[in-house]
Design a protein around this ligand. Sequence first.
Ligand SMILES: [Zn+2]
Length: 420
Amino acid sequence: MAVNRRFVLPGEAGAGGQGGRAGTDSTRTSVFAAILAEGSLSRGDVADLLGVAPSTVTKAVTPLLADGYLEETDAARTPAPSLGRPSKRLRVNKARHAAIGVKICQDRLIGVLTNLRTEIMDHRLVRLPEHSPGAVLDAVCELAATLAASAPADPDHVLGIGVGLSGHVDAEQRTSRHSALLGWNDVDVAGEVGRRTGLPTVVGNDVNALVVGQRWFGPARDCASFAVVTVGAGIGCGLFLNGGLYTGTSGMAGEIGHVPVQPDGPVCNCGRRGCLEAVASYDAVLRAIEARGGPRCHDIDEAIDLARRGTGPDAAAAAAAFAEAGGALGRALAWLYNMLNPEKLIIAGEGVKAQALFRPSMTEAVRAHTFSTAARDCDETTILIDDTDWARGAACLVIDAAIGALELGPRTPGAPAARP
Ligand SMILES: [Zn+2]
């Protein structure tokens, strides 16, 4: 895949050299995200929304306009004559670039091709017969090539690839440090995919990718501080604090799944005892049903059906297992509320389909363990997301990184392209 690139991502081979510039501009990405989330904004609106000086907005917008990431539309509001000329509005030029997002799951890959407004233009699902790093990265590269082939033929059109996966991801080093779900340690995901596809590649924790997506196109569009907690096969959490994604010193922030909620509880897949994930994940609920004398359910849907049956000891065992999981989740959420006091908490993931079974005990535990108004002032939202939302979030990661790393100034015709 030959690519004519005009940015190099921080940490990528060649960063800081010819054709690229190390470092990112977080104000520029915040400005872009605000315009994307709102649809269109004047420069003054952006300044008001972000609480920055108009000159800061102008500085951020200039390279985005010069490179066609943003476009000006006709003025939608005409101020009073005494206030001068009407202000033009800015919107994201969706046709300028496409982006590829890939979410790596234990048994499958989900890939999307989006435009610059993160609207999905194509999506694919690939089953993974195994999840060794070599086999999975082969499949990621093949999937990316398939998606890129459905984009316009302009070699500059596909901005890059964002890859999201579970566990500890070091976005700076561009590696998967540890994924218990995949059994990976120190896998150079972005380096390998970038070298083989020729496309700038970013890797991030999958929940963090989802957080960026929820800020750009989900219910957190107007939030400066929010948390996303995902419930399903695992339990994850991503944090967006004071206007930016918070990943901690080494990318580990938000590991709510390993917060201890039952000191003498079951052993977790991390080796410790009583973690939230060991009590409230899918597998944990299935094990708890059996431990209470119920049958071995094959999957969570079977367990939900059993609990909804409502009568008999098996149904009671299933209902009690979901209630126990809800209580544990509520205790962990109370800790999160007390620590962060967020504007919004989004509970997302496949597990939301069981919320009628776990929500009463979860809500009770939150009420019992939160301090003062920590939870009352927070808007709690539950959303059932699908596979493409995860992949779309991964596409946001590469758009975000590309905007932050964009070179300043007009393009020089014939300038040498930076390559990985
Ligand atoms: Zn654990």
